[in-house]
Design a protein around this ligand. Structure first.
Ligand SMILES: Nc1nc2c(c(=O)[nH]1)N[C@H]1C(S)=C(S)[C@@H](COP(=O)(O)OP(=O)(O)OC[C@H]3O[C@@H](n4cnc5c(=O)[nH]c(N)nc54)[C@H](O)[C@@H]3O)O[C@H]1N2
Ligand SMILES: Nc1nc2c(c(=O)[nH]1)N[C@H]1C(S)=C(S)[C@@H](COP(=O)(O)OP(=O)(O)OC[C@H]3O[C@@H](n4cnc5c(=O)[nH]c(N)nc54)[C@H](O)[C@@H]3O)O[C@H]1N2
Ligand SMILES: [Mo]
Length: 770
């Protein structure tokens, strides 16, 4: 089939697409100055064998009924009809709802799903559970920014105000003299934004700034975190030690009287406590440059010189999400702000502090005048929550208490988990432990487009359409374009939209009207578009009617110039525009956080040595960061993702010293391992990573040789086999999967091909009992 090109949009960009047989031809959106290569992942995926073709039920669940089962992740699947699948799911929801109520259902369903705002799977599952089941146990915060999103409101303000409405790229291009980027500003990351990103402008802005003479300095264990256009400098430090490095810088600034005391006195609280801590007045340990040098592997002279260079310059400090996705991840986020304040920069054009610039395409941008309406979520009848990355703890330890942001909460006893649009066996840490946790459930239901490892652990797998197979509206609050996402292809095999699946389940559970409000998918799109028209009309802005929008494929929305709004107003007049913190100022000391009494996150920022440290057994730091060739685990079987692998395996970068010490050469298959498991990857030997550090990106689908092994071997290269599953601290309990410690060696065991993309073949089974 060959069709005319239609408009569509993904988290990594808008495009027109045309189906030619089983492949797609993609043209990037004409308005995009720097389209993302991730678009190439769409070429070959529509009819890929990894797609889920029909509803399937796990054999053990059919045989024994709902209940804890160690076979999850290692069992056969039985193909069933949609009619049978609906009956099974509806019956099980009814059973769990009747016996345990919403407290027995985990509906967090964390995950990125796809860009369309209506078919956003997580919104669909939440609305379904609220309107049909009376609610669910939810998860809060994200894997992205689990600790920053909890910390920042205590010390400066809402994270979105600091990140999305932080110092804008335009301002940086015009005014910044030094952009000090902890974790860098890799274009591989800013090519992505949830809801879509029609104009990739970061490269252009960095080029403009660099041509004007701005210095971009990436503090990172990896050199690749700045694009060539930034003409940047690379300062390599040991992973997880940025807090010590910044304390060292502050110590130099204090000793040499290079701090902006007037700014600190007027706009902050707690500077004296910080100074006392750095000088060792609290506990006798001086946190000076020499002290920091020993921790972070940068010389004291470099730290001293670096601090001096910052003085008197228009400096912008930014801290990547990556740094806070680690034990004590709150500290570098807090200290980045303290450094900017000590330099007196917040609120000056192109200076100060902005959080996670460049980590996503949303950041450093402006907001639309009004936002596109979200699918209403209905009301959750219960108020039970976990910080999102505590899922395995919850499933393994129901009834246990834990700390979170000043509260003492108890893990509920979950019987059924419902997942749509996320891949926990991609995103969570310590996958062997996660499997144990999922084995505790009575039932796991997953909607998936493809046979991910999460689908392979489910009891009931329902085939979902891909974004390309349905119509939707794509847009992000920081993107001035709104897209009519037109279907490119027919649904694959028996796949159905998440909305259709939930509507049918709602009907069977007697709650159809509550869930659908009488609308089909097109009805919702029209409804949301009409709401957008209304919101804009209140500002005397008119946009084309829905039919015209659909025909055009794209419209432009008015934007605000709101970058830096909060901090600029605060600097101009702190009494009239106080920050939304208890003191109204930047909190270098937070009385609120101090009152929680957490040893691992006290009232002012500190250096706390993490429990994970390289040692003789595991001498290397592993960085498990975002992949350059895909979004997380999505379309790992897509052309571009595959092109980044070698012989089908993920690539692990390591320094020539570390390679030579182990007799490893470029292209060897290596085995990374620690107490939690083993992972194979292809070695890339490169000087662009510091010695003692190796890097294996996330997203290669988990492919365990023996899924039930206590320490599984993943032959494909999923680093979450190795990462440790602990919270960042008692404050935020965020994900700490970015770094861990490992050993590695040349692999000498049996080498079997990657099987992650070969779906389970249904086994025959008498379906009479269904
Ligand atoms: N070690 C380590 N782990 C990490 C990170 C790290 O840095 N290091 N990063 C973390 C971060 S920041 C994040 S955000 C998470 C991301 O974790 P996830 O968001 O879970 O990852 P995705 O691969 O985007 O998962 C989305 C899933 O939704 C499916 N999907 C797509 N469209 C649809 C649809 O329309 N319907 C349905 N039902 N399914 C659909 C896709 O096939 C895919 O399996 O990972 C985290 N994990
Ligand atoms: N291509 C692509 N882009 C993405 C995503 C994707 O999956 N693929 N995911 C998106 C999502 S959901 C998110 S939340 C963001 C995540 O944004 P981040 O979490 O910031 O991204 P990462 O690539 O994991 O990490 C950025 C860099 O930080 C550096 N780093 C790691 N540990 C340390 C440390 O201890 N200190 C210092 N100074 N540097 C360190 C590493 O060199 C790493 O390359 O990315 C988004 N962008
Ligand atoms: Mo994320």
């Amino acid at each position: 089939m060959t069709q005319k090109p239609v408009m569509h949009s993904a988290h990594w960009g808008a495009f027109t697409a045309r189906q030619q047989g089983e492949r797609l031809t993609i043209e990037p959106f004409h308005g995009d100055p720097d389209p993302s290569p991730l678009l190439q992942n769409f070429h070959n995926v529509l009819h890929h064998p990894a797609r889920v073709a029909q509803p399937m039920v796990r054999r053990g669940w059919l045989e024994n009924g709902p209940g804890a089962d160690p076979r999850r992740g290692n069992d056969d699947y039985v193909a069933v009809s949609w009619e049978q699948a609906y009956t099974l799911v509806a019956r099980e929801l009814q059973r769990v709802g009747d016996a345990y109520g919403p407290e027995g259902i985990f509906g967090g369903s964390y995950g990125w799903s796809s860009a369309g705002r209506f078919h956003h799977a997580q919104s669909q599952v939440h609305r379904f559970l609220n309107t049909v089941m009376g609610g669910y146990v939810r998860s809060v915060n994200s894997y992205s920014s689990g600790s920053a999103s909890v910390l920042l409101p205590h010390i400066v303000g809402d994270m979105n105000e600091i990140a999305r409405r932080g110092v804008s790229w335009e301002e940086i291009a015009r005014h910044s003299e030094i952009v000090l980027a902890f974790g860098g500003l890799a274009l591989k990351n800013s090519q992505v934004a949830s809801g879509g990103l029609s104009e990739h402008t970061e490269r252009g802005f960095m080029q403009q700034a660099a041509e004007r003479g701005a210095r971009f300095i990436s503090v990172s264990p990896l050199q690749s975190d700045l694009p060539d256009e930034a003409q940047g400098e690379w300062l390599a430090l040991r992973p997880g030690t940025d807090a010590a490095f910044i304390l060292g810088l502050l110590s130099v600034l204090i000793d040499e009287q290079r701090t902006d005391e007037a700014f600190l006195a007027r706009y902050t609280v707690g500077w004296p406590q910080m100074v006392a801590y750095i000088r060792g007045e609290e506990d006798g340990t001086r946190r000076d440059a020499q002290w920091a040098a020993e921790i972070c592997g940068v010389s004291a002279a470099t730290i001293t010189d670096f601090a001096r260079q910052l003085h008197g310059k228009r400096v912008l400090v930014t801290v990547a999400h990556a740094l806070q996705r680690a034990e004590h991840g709150e500290q570098p986020v807090w200290l980045g702000l303290v450094l900017a304040a000590a330099l007196g920069q917040p609120g000056l054009p192109g200076g100060g502090y902005t959080y996670a610039l460049g980590a996503l395409g949303h950041y450093g941008k402006h907001h639309n005048l009004v936002s596109f309406p979200a699918l209403p979520q209905g009301k959750n009848g219960i108020d039970r929550l976990i910080p999102v990355a505590r899922i395995a703890d919850m499933l393994l330890h129901p009834g246990t208490q834990f700390d979170y942001n000043g509260r003492r909460l108890t893990y509920p006893h979950i019987r059924l988990a419902y997942w749509a649009g996320g891949n926990p066996f991609h995103h969570h840490q310590d996958l062997a432990r996660l499997r144990q946790a999922f084995c505790q459930l009575d039932t796991l239901i997953v909607h998936e487009t493809a046979w991910t490892a999460s689908a392979r652990h489910a009891d009931i797998v329902l085939p979902a359409t891909m974004t390309l197979e349905r119509e939707d509206i794509g847009g992000a609050p920081t993107d001035r374009h709104l897209f009519a996402m037109q279907p490119v292809a027919q649904p694959y095999a028996q796949a159905q939209d998440d909305y259709t699946i939930f509507a049918e389940l709602a009907r069977r559970l007697g709650r159809e009207e509550a869930f659908t409000e009488g609308r089909d998918a097109r009805g919702w799109l029209r409804h949301h578009y009409a709401q957008l028209q209304e919101k804009l009309a209140a500002h005397q802005v008119t946009i084309p009617d829905f039919d015209q929008f659909w025909l055009q494929g794209v419209i432009e929305l008015p934007q605000l110039k709101d970058g830096g709004r909060m901090i600029n107003a605060f600097r101009a007049d702190p009494a009239a525009a106080p920050l939304p913190t208890p003191s109204g100022k930047i909190e270098i000391f937070s009385a609120t956080i101090a009152s929680f009494g957490y040893e691992n996150c006290p009232g002012h920022p500190v250096w706390r040595a993490p429990q994970q440290q390289p040692d003789a057994e595991h001498p290397l730091w592993l960085i498990a960061n975002q992949p350059a060739t895909r979004l997380h685990s999505q379309l790992d079987f897509g052309d571009y993702s595959l092109s980044g692998k070698r012989e089908g395996r993920e690539v692990c970068s390591l320094h020539p010293h570390d390679a030579a010490a182990r007799g490893i050469t470029d292209g060897d298959i290596i085995e990374l391992y620690n107490q939690r498991g083993h992972v194979l990857a292809s070695a890339r030997v490169t000087e662009s990573i510091m010695p003692g550090v190796v890097q294996l990106p996330t997203g290669a689908w988990y492919d365990p040789v023996d899924p039930t092994a206590l320490r599984p071997l993943c032959r494909h290269g999923n680093p979450n086999v190795l990462t440790l599953d602990i919270g960042t601290s008692s404050l935020a309990q965020g994900c700490s999967g970015q770094i861990t410690v490992v050993q590695l060696r040349k692999y000498r065991g049996e080498l079997t091909p990657v099987q992650a993309f070969i779906p389970p073949q249904p086994v025959s089974y008498s379906t009479e009992i269904i």
